[in-house]
Write a protein that binds this ligand. Sequence first.
Ligand code: PEP
Ligand code: MG
Length: 878
Amino acid sequence: MENKKYVYLFSEGNLSMKNLLGGKGANLADMTSLGIPVPQGFTVTTQACNKYYEDGLLITPEVTLEIHAKMAELENITGKKFGSMQNPLLVSVRSGARASMPGMMDTILNLGLNDNTVEVLAKETNNIRFAYDSYRRFIQMFADVVMNVEKRNFENIMDKMKEEKGVKVDTELDASDLIILVKKFKEFYKENKGEEFPSDPERQLIEAISAVFRSWDNPRANVYRRLNDIPSEWGTAVSVQEMVFGNKGETSGTGVAFSRNPSTGEKKIYAEYLMNAQGEDVVAGIRTPQDISRLEKDMPKVYGQFMEIVNLLETHNKDMQDMEFTIEDGKLYFLQTRNGKRTVQAALKIAVELVEEGMITKREAIMKVEPKQLDSLLHPNFDIDELNKSIVIAKGLPASPGAASGKVCFTAEDAKSKHELGDKVILVRLETSPEDIEGMVAAEGILTVRGGMTSHAAVVARGMGTCCVAGCTDLKVNEETKSFKIGQKVYHEGDFISMDGSSGNIYEGAIKTVEPEINGFFEIFMGWADEIRSLDVRTNADTPKDTAQAVKYGAQGVGLCRTEHMFFDADRIMLIREMIVAKDLDSRMVALEKLLPIQRGDFIGIYEELGERPATIRFLDPPLHEFLPHDDEDIKELASDMGLTFDELKATVESLHEVNPMMGHRGCRLAVSYPEIAQMQTRAVIEAAIDVRARKGYNIIPEIMIPLVGEVKELKYVKDIVVKTADEIISKSNSDLKYMVGTMIEVPRAALTADLIAKEAEFFSFGTNDLTQMTFGFSRDDAGSFLKDYYEKKVYEFDPFQKLDQVGVGKLIEMAANLGRKTRPNIKLGICGEHGGDPSSVEFCHNVGLDYVSCSPFRVPVARLAAAQAEIKSPRKK
Ligand code: PEP
Ligand code: MG
């Protein structure tokens, strides 16, 4: 419901208002009510953000008035006055969406400064240098974020001044230097924008809030949202907060803290800070911070209070907290808290330990881990033997665990383009900034020279499950020549290095990786998820090896065995080619006879790995020409292997060519044209099941699945062949084997006529790859090339091939499920398209009452957890 109030003081909000106030705003309100020292302020709501967009990028007078009114209240609370010559109030303006999006949106600090207030600040603090340092930061930030004058220009001016003065670091510039610098900044601004730098604090404020709203829609925020399933309609709130200063001198400082270690999950407060600095210095990683233990020595009282508040915030929020704090003239403030981003290892350990500590229930623990994160847990580590033989060339901070090898790249663009060409890359940067997001996504590992465990690179990498080593000062990077030096040795772009995000070690060359070992916390946690969920999780696997892997990760069966994948090996493809080019039934039968034992052998292997677990075996699906060579050289070679002339084979290849193969002669249509293929596959499945059942005693009930059905009669035609063949074998073997025949629902017509199809089909499996392709009418192979335009233009927010389109494709699924159940109340329903491993799609499958999802082996734990979360949100279990 539309709320007519657009601005709330911190003291007016509470934790339940997260959707309206954003995570940051709600937490600030909550901290205020807990009596924690929080600089006061107000939050402009997410609804105001949406309204800003609806009103054509405008903050209307109505909202402006409300902001002014709250500013007046804030003045009363603080006893300061915005823009005043006496005790001026300065504020920070920060973004805060419902879900945290670290570093993706913009922030402005020190707002309210101008040529007058800076003087007052200097006088009141008796610190001219501090006042002008704050002012120059504000001009730089405001110009960059609000007015689109890039920060780099100001950095250049500052670098030039440092050069002229013969100094290296910013802190070596004294008060008079900074006064001159401010003048230069303002001159540059005027030259660039054709107007004076805005000195009216009220205008500064409204423009800054608008800019933060706009940053909700910047490219990096859009990329981040797509990666993290955050809809654009949520909008961001903006928190305006009284400034406190960590850069006032040697009794001031600023830092970030985690109530437990975000990398390992260890129950120990993890914090780092910089004295005489502002928050941006810590997060940007420009200076390497100090460990919090130093604070105990330097300011024991502040340290004691700090520890108390950190513990309070964790107990109160029942989760690991990520906090920002500032010490101003020896007084401690907390600027924000949120549930901290963490590695998957840490997430599991923390969730399990919070339950053991009695702080939360198992169900609450299940909701605390992001299903997608589990994916990274299963990714490889370095082979220990190889690792022991490798030489450590440098060492940095172990910022995000995992192992990575790849070619060195120095820019995000290079990383992205090399990745698109199929290279594995390591992104090496002095420090990363949010603009680097796409390069970071593309990289196997991220290595930075500067920055601590909480630098941008570290936080983002942990969130993505990408390995990261930060603060690796051994590297002397030259961004211009795209090289770095360690000692005397120079490494260039394209050279291979390896990195270990758990030890911080960097190695020369590429190192072999091995499968990870899953630890005890994973087992305990996943056990809880399994107790809770009602949706089964199967796997898409075509080989005994993949099946075994998936069973290890908790798969309850095979939901899709794509039989054509069994033929892609070099020694097998010849046999299928022989079958395809056969000119008549007899020669095709000869080829099929050779394929039979191979296929049967694979099924035996899969059944043996599965034990009693079920397997759905999908009959041949792709257009046949996919198996044939296409250029003349290869056709010549194959023709001679097969004893055919080049012309004969070329003619066969050409006759199989289709303009639109995805909608061509594939799926059950192949079996309609060549029933003998379905006969051979039925024999292979049934004989394998009888064999394993006899030898191992497993109660196997094969599930034979006919693909790409759109009409019940075509299903019936193929099913009759399957049933006749199967029944003959079963009776000949004196077996009492039971089996099922079902179909995929992947053609919209099948969904529309699912009640009729269910008369023949004993189960449905939704093939949402094809169903998405055919419902949208765009090719699953080509859509990637134009979907990016759709994202940019906001036509679509997400890739419908990754995240199920619940509105359209989902409607077909729900309808087909209901129609199917109407005809056959006990019909078994599953999904085997890529969406089966996507958390939001799994939740949808739970909600429409499917029996199982099926996904690739690595995503099985993701689906198990997503299914448990779906059950908690909307219980199905009686
Ligand atoms: C599907 O279409 O969703 C499916 C699982 O089959 P394939 O991807 O093999 O076409
Ligand atoms: Mg399909």
